[in-house]
Structure formats: C-alpha cells, structure tokens
Design a protein around this ligand. Structure first.
Ligand code: HEM
Length: 115
C-alpha cells in the first residue's frame, strides 16, 4: 500500500499509533513504562512496553526484524493483532487497528522504517 508510489513514512505510522491510543495518552507511561512511545522515530526504535505490573518488558521493534520481510514477527505487530505473552490484544479493550492500518505498519517496517 503506497500513496502515489511514495513509501510509507514515519509520520503515517505515528498518526496511526496516535489514533489508536487517542484519549488514553495520559495513562500510557503509567501502564507501559517510561520507555514506551513514538514521539519521534528514535523513540519508537528503542521503545519497550512493560506490561502493567508484570514482567518481562517487550521491545516493540527488534532491529533484526526490520527490512527483512519479518515485520509480522515484531512485538508491536503481534501485540496489535493478537496480543503477546498471554496479554490481551492492544490497544487494551480496543478499538483495534484495521487490517489496512496493520498492513501499513508492516510495510513500513519491512521497508526499513524510512523517515
Ligand atoms: C508490545 C507489548 C505490549 C504489552 C505486553 C502490553 C500490555 C498491556 C497491559 C498488561 C495493559 C494493562 C491492561 C489492564 O489495565 O489490565 C495495557 C494497556 C494498554 N495498552 Fe498495551 N501492551 C503492549 C503494547 C501496546 C501498544 C503497541 C499499544 C498501542 C499502540 C498499547 C496500548 C495500550 C492502551 C491504550 C492501554 C490502556 C491504557 C489505559 O487507558 O489504561 N499497548 N497494555
């Protein structure tokens, strides 16, 4: 999925993630820890989700899975599609990402997470 042949960029991915957590921003670092977020690309690259009150924490995007056709194995993708580590699908309680939004996130990761 591309817009006029332009590859998906960080801004589009950020917009999707922002929409998914809309109205619940204030709780996110409380729930997932301070290392969770996507204010900019660097933050998303290093982001970790600590499940509320539990261990272990999950790195959202393992760099070894970027740009190699393995986006669907990243923790962010698994969390947003099925839930990871026995935790519920995210965002908790929904509404969940649409298939189109998920495809766009996966495409971006498989493209090497371009700006
Ligand atoms: C990658 C691993 C992740 C794990 C293990 C995880 C786990 C959890 C857990 C355990 C909760 C608390 C549920 C409760 O209140 O009982 C939670 C809440 C939540 N998570 Fe995640 N999460 C992950 C990633 C994500 C991602 C990528 C997003 C969004 C893009 C997200 C969005 C949310 C939201 C919006 C809440 C509810 C916050 C609130 O309003 O209290 N999570 N998550």
């Amino acid at each position: 999925m591309t817009n006029c042949g332009k590859p998906v960029g960080f801004a589009e991915v950020k917009a999707i993630l922002d929409l998914l957590v809309q109205g619940r921003e204030d709780n996110l670092s409380f729930v997932h820890g301070d290392a969770f977020g996507w204010a900019d690309k660097a933050m998303l690259v290093s982001a970790v989700a600590r499940p509320f009150g539990a261990d272990p924490a999950f790195r959202l995007i393992d760099p070894s899975l970027v740009g190699v056709g393995r986006a669907k194995e990243t923790n962010i993708y698994i969390a947003l599609t099925a839930g990871i580590g026995g935790f519920e699908r995210m965002p908790f309680g929904g509404p969940y990402a649409t298939p189109e939004q998920l495809a766009l996130i996966a495409e971006w990761i498989d493209n090497g997470m371009p700006d």
